[in-house]
Design a binder for this molecule. Structure first.
Ligand SMILES: Nc1ncnc2c1ncn2[C@@H]1O[C@H](COP(=O)(O)OP(=O)(O)O)[C@@H](O)[C@H]1O
Ligand SMILES: [Mg+2]
Length: 256
């Protein structure tokens, strides 16, 4: 359902942040991207919905290349791609339900969106989604009064409001305590298993990847160095994914 082919990106036209990245995400699976800081994980995730423009390659989402879409086509495609952020990206002074309702902005006319006009059905659905993530009783609380784990669950409910086929999560648990981490990861795992939504998660915690992922992509220095079922993620494979890239230093010295 999502296939990335030969993706390349350089931010400055010189140093390559991604070099020829290819992988696929299957429906109903949890796919985790692991790799050292600076490896290119965020760049990959943000290229998928074209929040950043990559330089080369294909991003086939249900056979449509996201890179070839015009603005309105891209806007439509993005409504089927949920996004979860490390810092939640909620509007803190608004209530949980207001933030969840923002998830359907992409499908509304500009005017209805501007005035935050939502139907009774939409409000009902937002409440149901908050119930699903265990926050029905917090629907009318301002997000600034919620804990980090609760905020991230609001973020998930907001993504679900889009009826996504895939949810992209960039370090969704990096700011959470261990208990909230489990709650959030259990919810994401369940969305894949029970609802067939594909979940693609950037993580740096290998133990969490091992526990929750069906499939793991290892990124090092902008390249895919591992792409296999989680059961194949041995300690040797992990060491290889996190190795300091000898080639990069070698070529640098060579250039000097
Ligand atoms: N906006 C940016 N401008 C310039 N370089 C960037 C930008 N964002 C990321 N990079 C560089 O691209 C590389 C990959 O970064 P990133 O995708 O954030 O990695 P990760 O998420 O794995 O930590 C790094 O070398 C980083 O410094
Ligand atoms: Mg990152």
């Amino acid at each position: 359902m999502l296939t990335v082919k030969h993706l390349a990106k350089s931010y400055d036209g010189e140093k390559k942040s991604l070099t020829d990245v290819s992988f696929s995400v299957r429906p109903g699976e949890v796919t985790v991207i692991i790799g050292p800081s600076g490896a290119g994980k965020t760049t990959i995730l943000r290229s998928i919905n074209q929040l950043i423009r990559d330089d080369d390659g294909e991003i086939l989402f249900d056979s449509t290349d996201m890179r070839q879409l015009n603005r309105s086509q891209l806007r439509r495609a993005r409504t089927r791609i949920g996004m979860i952020f490390q810092n939640y990206n909620l509007i803190e002074p608004l209530t949980a339900i207001e933030n969840v309702l923002h998830g359907c902005l992409g499908t509304k006319s500009n005017l209805a969106g501007m005035f935050s006009i939502y139907s009774a059905d939409e409000k009902q659905e937002a409440l149901k989604l908050l119930e699903k993530v265990g926050l029905r009783d917090f629907a009318y609380q301002q997000c600034r009064n919620l804990s980090g784990g609760q905020e991230q669950r609001v973020g998930i409910a907001r993504a679900l409001m889009q009826h996504p086929k895939i949810i992209l999560c960039d370090e969704p648990i990096a700011s959470l305590d261990p208990k909230s981490t489990i709650t959030v990861m259990d919810i994401l795992r369940n969305l894949a298993t029970a609802e067939g939504i594909s979940v693609l998660i950037n993580l740096h915690q290998v133990d969490i990847a091992r526990h929750y992922a069906d499939h793991v992509i290892g990124i090092n220095n902008g390249q895919v160095v591992f792409d296999d079922a989680t059961s194949a993620l041995t300690d040797v494979a992990v060491t290889n994914i996190y190795r300091k890239d000898a080639n990069q230093e070698g070529s640098l010295m060579y250039e000097l």
